[in-house]
Design a protein around this ligand. Sequence first.
Ligand code: 5GP
Length: 121
Amino acid sequence: MSYTYDEENIFAKILRGEIPCTKVAETESCLAFRDINPAAPVHVLVIPKGPYVNMDHFGAEASDAEIADFHRMISDVIRQEGLSEDGYRVISNAGVNGMQEVPHLHAHILGGRILGPLLSA
Ligand code: 5GP
């Protein structure tokens, strides 16, 4: 499998500072920001800064440090946003079947209400 990264995707533009975002957390290799169209009271996106399309690309080509940082940031944001007690959902959509809109790896962190069944369709 070879992966092609589109440098003009919207999250690449956010990372380059060409588009603003509401930042929640940042490290050397990751950024967390609020989703522009929240699907729940808390809806944060966590992205690696490296050019990875999706989770399988990330696992195949990212360094151990990038992978550790990404997972650590997801966990930190969950606690920072106060979601630990009542629960939350972490989702990463990929490709056509996953109905991924933005072709830069991102984890949706959703919480703040009962989120319903995992899949509706
Ligand atoms: P996907 O369907 O690719 O998993 O999710 C992409 C997410 O990115 C959507 O929830 C959408 O609302 C969010 N999004 C799209 N454009 C922007 C933007 O310019 N800024 C922010 N903060 N979120 C965006």
